[in-house]
Design a protein around this ligand. Sequence first.
Ligand code: BGC
Length: 822
Amino acid sequence: MSDERGTVPDDMLDKLVDKLDLERKVRLLTGATTWRTAADATIGLREIVCSDGPAGIRGETWDERRTSCLLPSASALGATWDDRLLRQLGGLLAAEALRKGVDVVLAPTLNLHRTPLGGRHFECFSEDPELTARTGAALIRGLQEHGVAATAKHFVANDSETDRLRVDVRLSERALREVYLAPFEAAVEAGVWAVMAGYNGVDGTTMTAHPLLAEPLKGEWGFDGLAVSDWAAVRTTDEPARAALDLAMPGPASPWAADLAQAVRDGRVPESAVDEKVRRLLRLAARVGALGDAPRHRPPLPGEGARRLLRRAVAAGSVLLRNDGVLPLDPTHLGTLAVIGAHAASPRVQGGGSAGVFPSAVVTPLAGVRACLRGRGRVTYTAGPSPDGPPEPLDTGRCTDPRSGEPGVLLRCLDAEGNELSAERRLSGRLLEPDLAPGTRTVEVRALLRPETTGSWTFGVGGFGRLTIEVDGEVILDGDHPCETDDPAIVHVTPPVHTARAHVERGRHAHLVARRELVPGSGRATIVAAAPPRPDRDKALAEAVAAAREADAVIVVVGTTEHDETEGHDRTHLSLGDAQNDLVRAVAAANPRTVAVVNSGGPVELPWRDEAAAVLLAWFPGQEAGAGLADVLFGRSEPGGRLPTTWAAALADAPVTRTRPVDGRLDYEEGLHIGHRAWLRAGTEPAFWFGHGLGYTTWRYEGVDAPDHVGADAAFTVRVAVRNTGTRAGREVVQVYLARPDSAVERPVRWYAGHAAVHAEPGEEAVAEVLVAPRALRHWSPQDGGWRVEPGTYRLLVGRSAGAVEHEAAVAVGTEPGEGNA
Ligand code: BGC
């Protein structure tokens, strides 16, 4: 039915639509399940399977036994400034999708780092629309060239989490077009097959019913794919149906399932609108091989192997903020290396929320460093003071199932009288979609915990409804916690965890029983967690200092906790907490060769940044965290990353921080000026600029060659000669910014226009060819309702970050369409 590339001619799609009566058509427009669309055998349509990304492909179930490859977080990918690598990672996601029977990946997230407080900051690439556009487009191409659909989300202006289901974002037409829509426009240019409409509203209309779905998305940009709702974002029948939304997810219940056929019969929604939605659904089905007898595409396994690619990606995204020469460490000349910090042994490898997957194994920083120094140097480990954070879910390392004696926990489903209906061993206390036997009223988790310390442990149970915890037969928590939110991410993924304490003894098993009574409408996610007593802070600090003193060099790893960076909440601060800040300070004072590694998905304050000999951002690095980190620390790879987002020294300095709506409205009053543009406008200095990041060699910028004159709609190339003046081969990311000081229209002080990376050996010169796309010169004219290019002279600023300009040139842009030099 379809040709090799899954393209089905429109007249064939029309014929298929004609075969369906109204009921059958409407059936296709709501999910059949949480992750599947409906099938219709009469037209050869099978179910289309969706799964969340973007950091990995979870598949249809949240189950720790069905593991996934875990990529670095999107913020780390944004830091690579490497489209080729993004395309390869897209290929890996496609391979994972195909392995798990997934047709549509709900990624990439193309919202922007508008403020450092955004709860899903880690899930977005950058503060910059153009860098986001390029990164996202590369990932989309990498996925779709293997027949797996990407979904550009969340369309549009869904850049923070507070009141995320209802917030009404107000922004100027220019900010909308030039900043927030720009990455989606690039996604459509890259041929994306699906776009997800967000929960939020823009200018008073919720996105699933918004005219922007028609114009510019489907009309002006020519998007011919499927517009799918965010999960449960369709709240009424008529408006989204009349607007250009195509598919309501999830199902089987939705306002469309209940009422759309009747709305058509009543004349509230034209049948032609339904036909168009079905046509688009069928087009997507054809593309992913779900229509007719198209064979499934074969998984394209990454040539170098998934783990090697992921390890390379960790190094490629790591950003070296400063280095007084301590890095790279020479593994052959280290007697003792002290690894310090709780995150070194228990890193955060991903952010919280719907993006989460269960990786099969994680290489911790400690394990990565140990593997590299095995047989060469001694590695000591000291945890230091505990970061403030919630207790961790139970796992196989600490618990056994009391029934089988095997590692893990026992999950039981109980009826109203407490009789067991089913039981199974699970490997984690994070049970987000437990299988419920019919008639289940209570989910129970039992575990034998082997405490590694004596004292007052914290036990936690997460979920809604009546929650209880017993330790060795004593009830320590019993309370009712009604569900007061309709945010699916909180109900089904990160329900609040309630805690209580009990005394347990090292070496003596503690019998833990946690129960959650199920209440209709409040989900079934159940989390059972435990944490040892916090060690005495001063003592832990003193131990860390002693370890640092005895070592030849120190790696101290600090980071955010599970509470800090997660979907459904914005952050309220950027602090790592006193315990961790004191730790870095004390260790750096004790050993001048201290490398601080920061494990966070988004910006944090680094008040000690000038005290440590080197500061390296690892982001949320995914499963190969420690392997990639060790490559960087010991110089097997250069830290390839450059900041995709400007980092403030302190939250109070950050120019754009408001995420809290007032009377339901969130005004993007900063307009075009987010990220580095905002800092430049304010004339203030951040701690680290967008684009900043060091490698292991040094560079001299020798000259810039740019055309003097280009036509109004022409791409042009800026050639920048750079020389490697250091003693190691390296990669330099040469960046071009534009400025238009005497413009007749409002402009950013300067704005990112493009970059190119070059490699050179010591002493060698390389020429970076930076392509500036015509869109870098255009601005949206609200008066004309179109794009315009202001003729005249633009400054070209070439440098290593938005704040470090090495060379300047000028280009005159004509009034006529004409040639560039590209
Ligand atoms: C999130 C989406 C996600 C969907 C399905 C929503 O709450 O906003 O990004 O794809 O859930 O998990």
